[in-house]
Write a protein that binds this ligand. Sequence first.
Ligand SMILES: Cc1ncc(COP(=O)(O)O)c(C=O)c1O
Length: 382
Amino acid sequence: MQGRASPMVGAVLALALAAGTGAALCWWLLEPRKRQTGGTVRQGVLDLIGNTPLVRVASLSEETGCEIWVKAEMLNPGGSVKDRVALQIVSEALADGRLRPGGLITEGTAGSTGVSLAMVAAAYGCRCSITMPDDAAIEKANMIQAYGASVRRVRPVSIVHPEHPVNVARREAASTPGALFADQFENEANFRAHLKTGEEIWQQTQGRVHAFVSGAGTGGTVAGVSTALKARNPRVRVFLVDPPGSSLFNKVKRGVMYTSEEAEGKRLKNPFDTITEGIGINRLTANFNRALIDDAFRGTDREAVEMAAYLLRNEGLWVGSSAAMNCVGAVKAARAMGPGHTIVTLLCDGGHRHLSKFHSKEYLESMDLAPRETDRSLAFVS
Ligand SMILES: Cc1ncc(COP(=O)(O)O)c(C=O)c1O
C-alpha cells in the first residue's frame, strides 16, 4: 500500500507546487504596482479621496480644556470635503446606469461641489457643467474651468427663482439626453458619503469622541456624520453652528425655519447676510432632514474671521470660511460641555480658494471685518 501511495502523494504535491507557482506568477504579473511599492500606490486621483487625517489643534485644546480635533478635509485631492460627495454621487449614478462615461453632469453650487464634480467627472471621462452664484469666490470658478468643466455664473437669487443655480442646473440636465443632475441638496448619496466620514472619525478617535460640530449647507455632512457616530454611541452629542441669515439655528432650537434677516423659506442666504461660503440655508433639504442634531449655536462673520486669523497665527493652519466657523462652533461646544471632552469638527477646505474674499485684507476692510485680535485668548468667541 505504502509503495503505491508514494507516487500519488508525489503527484499531488507536484500539482500543488505548480498551482502555487502559477498563482505567485500571476500575482507578480498582475500586481506590478504593489510589487514596486509595497502596496501603497493609490489607484488614480479618486483613490485619494477620504481617509483624511484627524489633527489635534493645540491652541484651541489648551484654551478650552477640551481636546479639539479637526479632520483635514482640505487634503482631499480637489481641496475640500465635497470630493467625498462628488465621488459618491457620480459613482452611484454610473453603477446604476443613470450616467454613462462621456455623459454630462450638471450642478448648481456655491463652488466647492463644482470643483469636486469637475475633478471626478474628468477622472471618469464624463463632462461637467456648473452653475454658481457670481458672489462666490472667483477662485472656485477658475478651478472648475481648469479641470475642463464649463461654468456659468449667475446673480444670487431665491430658490423659487428660475435662474437660481440649482434650477438652471436641473433644467440643463433635463434638456440634455443622458445627463445627470447631481442634486447635492436632495440626492441622499451626499448623506451616504458622510456615513464614511463619521466612521472614519469613530475609528480615528478609537471611539473617544464626545461631540461633533458642523455647519450645514446641504446638510449632508452633519446628517451622515451624526448618523454614523450615534449608531456607534447614541451619547455622542451633535451641534450645529449656523451663520447669519440661515434658518437652521431656529429649526434646531424651536422647530421652525426662521431667520430674522428674511421671511421664512423665501430665499437663500445672500451676501448681505454673511461672508461665509457653503454654509447656511433657508429651506429644508432631504439631506438635512436626516441629521440627528442635539443643539445649535449661532456664529457670526466676525467670529469666523477672527478664528481664521487665530488658526493662522497660532497653528499655521490656513482654512476657509466654513472651516473657521466650524472651529468657532467647536469652542462653543467645549464651553457648553465643560473641560475634559473630545470635540471633533471638519476643516471643510483651505484658505487658498478664498484669497479674493474671506482672506482678502481689502475685502474684509470693506466689510468692516478685518481681524483685530492678536493673542492666544479666545475672547472673540461669544
Ligand atoms: C466649503 C464648504 N463647507 C461646508 C459646506 C457644508 O457642507 P454640507 O453641504 O455637507 O452641509 C459646504 C457645502 O457646500 C461647502 O462648500
